[in-house]
Design a protein. Structure first.
Length: 275
């Protein structure tokens, strides 16, 4: 089973400048600010349901699991940090074999048509991207650990993995699609980009269209379903997937009256001891 939907890629700035996107509203126009143009393409997206075992972090860059959450409110940030973070650490250790996992952020998204994605009202991200650049991922380790410990941790294998799940009801409305890493050209398809917040600048990666890209989603992921999304891997010899481009998309098969998507993503630093 598959669906065909429109995905948004980047047309880089014509002046050669670095692309940027801001998460703050442009109150004069009511539009999100960006200096790049959209390249909207019709893409076939394969449904992974029933074949979840085919997709792993090291081969495709993403991995599906059924793992019901104990914390189910997802209304209070401090409760999420106190309760859900620990669940995520345990889940990642179980499914990756990691020896150390550190959660550094989370985002709850609740889709509201007509609302711009900004820091106060986070909406599904509707263009193809990777959440962080490699430089940003390494900088995160230095930010959260003392200098000596950070250097020691970075000597071994290190990953950034996001854990994403729907909340309250299945994610039929605006689900996530994932690009199989084996189908990307990391040297030609990827463009580092600035992600501008009101109080700081982040970094992510945007993608140029490539007809070789192979896209996958899992139809109607339920709250007990999770997907692990690799954002970075320190292994760079070509033996494993290094990152996973992904995007929310409007599935034309979505029934009328479907509840708007609600989800949570948790960002983690994942470490392995060297043998």
């Amino acid at each position: 089973m598959s669906t065909t939907a429109q995905l948004t890629y980047i047309i880089p700035p014509t002046d050669g400048s670095r692309p940027y996107t801001t998460l703050d509203d442009d109150h004069s126009s009511g539009k999100k600010l960006q200096n790049w143009a959209e390249n909207i393409r019709d893409v076939e997206i394969e449904d992974a349901r029933g074949n979840e075992h085919k997709y792993t972090l090291d081969t495709t860059g993403f991995q599906f699991h059924c793992h019901p959450a104990k914390h189910t409110r997802f209304l209070d940030d401090e409760e999420i940090k106190a309760e859900y973070y620990l669940e995520c650490v345990e889940l990642l250790k179980e499914h990756t074999g990691a020896t150390k996992v550190f959660v550094f952020d989370h985002t709850v998204r609740r889709r509201h048509p007509g609302i711009i994605d900004c820091q106060q009202t986070r909406q599904p991200v509707t263009y193809v991207h990777v959440d962080r650049t490699p430089a940003f991922c390494v900088a995160r380790v230095h930010k959260h650990f003392p200098p000596d410990e950070a250097l020691e941790l970075l000597r071994g294998r290190f990953q950034v993995i996001n854990l994403w799940r729907p909340i309250l009801h299945p994610a039929v409305d605006w689900p996530l699609a994932f690009c199989d890493y084996r189908s990307v050209n990391i040297d030609k398809d990827f463009l580092p980009s600035a992600l501008v917040h009101s109080d700081h600048d982040g970094q992510n990666i945007l993608l140029k269209y490539n007809p070789e890209h192979r896209w996958v989603y899992k139809n109607a992921m339920a709250p007990e379903d999770v997907v692990l999304i690799k954002i970075f891997d320190s292994i760079s010899d070509g033996s494993v997937a290094r990152m996973t481009p992904h995007t929310a998309f409007m599935d034309p098969k979505t029934p009328e009256g479907t509840p708007f998507r609600e989800s949570i993503e948790v960002e983690t630093l994942v470490f392995y001891k060297e043998d």
